[in-house]
Each structure stands twice: as structure tokens, then as C-alpha cells.
Design a protein around this ligand. Structure first.
Ligand code: FES
Ligand code: FES
Length: 178
């Protein structure tokens, strides 16, 4: 087990309270000394350099910062990092396939042209993963509902929905393997 000790966002000349947290991120235990006000999105991006988690609005609107928190999608700009202490977080960097290749969702977004600029894509894929983990055979409406908290300014959503349905088909063909 490796540890990361960093003071993130703390002014070294200022006496600020810090709290030690230990979070499993993409299957690896990470430990950090952080200010209680630090957002989970900022811990991931600035502290752990997992910049696949994007921040588009910081106000819970866009979903670009979506990660999985104990398997459920959360907007990491709306959670304090201390709330993740003792929990499991999955970012897009942890999404790769079991054999080191692409996850079916990543393949689906590629094959079905589910992205243009790609800014929304990590959050879209993690929201979709949470859906497919619970419901391996979703309808188009169920996919649209699951992604309704994630905004895309480029694609018009059609190909994103197709990408998720493509991934669902592929996962079922693979016997459920991600
Ligand atoms: S950055 Fe979190 S919802 Fe937009
Ligand atoms: S692909 Fe550009 S915001 Fe979605």
C-alpha cells in the first residue's frame, strides 16, 4: 500500500486545520492531509493528479465532475473530500477493461462517435457505468434518464445514448464483464 501525504490548498503560512483522510481511489489506497473545506473534485485533480475528472461549473449542474462513490455516481464538485474518508472512489482513469484494454463504454463512445470535444465524456461514462452495473439491459429512455444530470454542449446526446446501448450489448455478449 502506498501513501500520499500532501497539504492541498493550505497556505503554509496560515494556521489551518487539516484532517487526514484515507480513500480508495481506483483500487489504490491514498492518504492525504487536507483542509476540511477541500472539495473531492479538487483532491482528485490537484492532489492526486487525476485530471480526467473535469470541472465545468462547480455548481452541480453539468456533471463533468461525476465519479463513482462506492459504486454510485456523485458530482465530486458537490462533495467534500473528507466525506470520502474510508470510501471507494472510481474516476475515469479506473475505468479500463479487466485485461488492460478499453472498457466497453470507452469502446462504445469511440465506435458510436459519442464525443466531440470530450469534456463531458468522463462524467458521462461513469454515470453510464453506474447504470449498467445496476441494469445491464437498459432501454433508451432509461439511458437518457441515467444521463439526465450530465450536460453535453456538442453532441446532441443521440450518439452518447447509442454508445451506452452499444456498451450494454457488448457487456451482455461478454457475459457481463466490464
Ligand atoms: S463541475 Fe460538478 S456538476 Fe459541473
Ligand atoms: S462532447 Fe463536448 S461537451 Fe460533450
Amino acid at each position: 500500500m502506498t501513501s500520499l501525504f500532501e497539504e492541498i490548498g493550505a497556505d503554509p503560512g496560515e494556521q489551518v486545520p487539516v484532517r487526514r483522510v484515507s480513500i480508495s481511489v481506483n483500487g489504490r489506497r491514498r492518504t492525504a492531509d487536507i483542509e476540511p473545506r477541500l472539495l473531492l473534485a479538487h483532491l482528485l485533480r490537484q492532489g492526486l493528479k487525476l485530471t480526467g475528472t473535469h470541472t465545468g461549473c462547480d455548481t452541480t449542474n453539468c456533471g463533468a465532475c461525476t465519479v463513482l462513490f462506492d459504486g454510485k455516481p456523485v458530482k465530486s464538485c458537490t462533495m467534500l473530500a473528507v466525506q470520502a474518508d474510508g470510501h471507494e472512489v472510481t474516476t475515469v482513469e479506473g475505468l479500463g477493461g479487466s485485461a488492460g484494454g478499453l472498457h466497453p463504454l470507452q469502446e462504445g463512445f469511440k465506435d458510436e462517435h459519442g464525443l466531440q470535444c470530450g469534456f463531458c465524456t468522463p462524467g458521462m461514462m461513469l454515470a453510464a457505468k453506474a447504470l449498467l452495473d445496476e441494469n445491464p439491459d437498459p432501454t433508451e429512455d432509461e439511458v437518457r434518464w441515467a444521463l439526465s444530470g450530465n450536460l453535453c454542449r456538442c453532441t446532441g446526446y443521440q450518439n452518447i445514448v447509442k454508445a451506452v446501448l452499444w456498451a450494454a450489448d457488448r457487456q451482455r455478449a461478454n457475459g457481463g464483464a466490464g
